[in-house]
Design a protein around this ligand. Sequence first.
Ligand SMILES: [Zn+2]
Length: 179
Amino acid sequence: MAKKKRSKRSSLLADIWPQERNFILRPDRLPYLRKIYKTDCCVFCSARDQGEEFSSLCIHKNEQAMLVLNKYPYNSGHVMVLPTRHCGDLLELSTIEYTELQKLLRKAISIVKSEYRVQGMNIGLNMGSIAGAGIPEHLHWHVIPRWHGDTNFFPLIAETKVISESLEVVYERYAKHFK
Ligand SMILES: [Zn+2]
């Protein structure tokens, strides 16, 4: 029996992409993973209107900027800084809004540092859903504390992040800095 001939292309692909594990393709789970929930109103505007209390996760707000706890934290202490006004484009912010946002961002970083013995932080803004923003219509900077060894295989295999502190505790840690 003649040996089956492998094309040059397929053998090349096999070399580049060795199959290390099986996988199940589930594109329908993307909205869940990106925390995109279709709601009639913006969750950040709802938090703003509800005011500074744990149930809204809004820690602080002024006329231009606000600080909100992330309901689905990537790490313990994950907080967000956003414009008080509903706005999804950085270029549409006024100079005062942008300045106040940056001031609150610095304050958020300072508070995170004072509450946690962080070894680093991820600080970033995703503009537009294509860039990874879960709620693209309302800008928000993520401030995420980082420690050595805070990532493991669990998020990869179980799509679950283990957070060792309740949102209530984190909220109180931050809220006291504005009292
Ligand atoms: Zn909004």
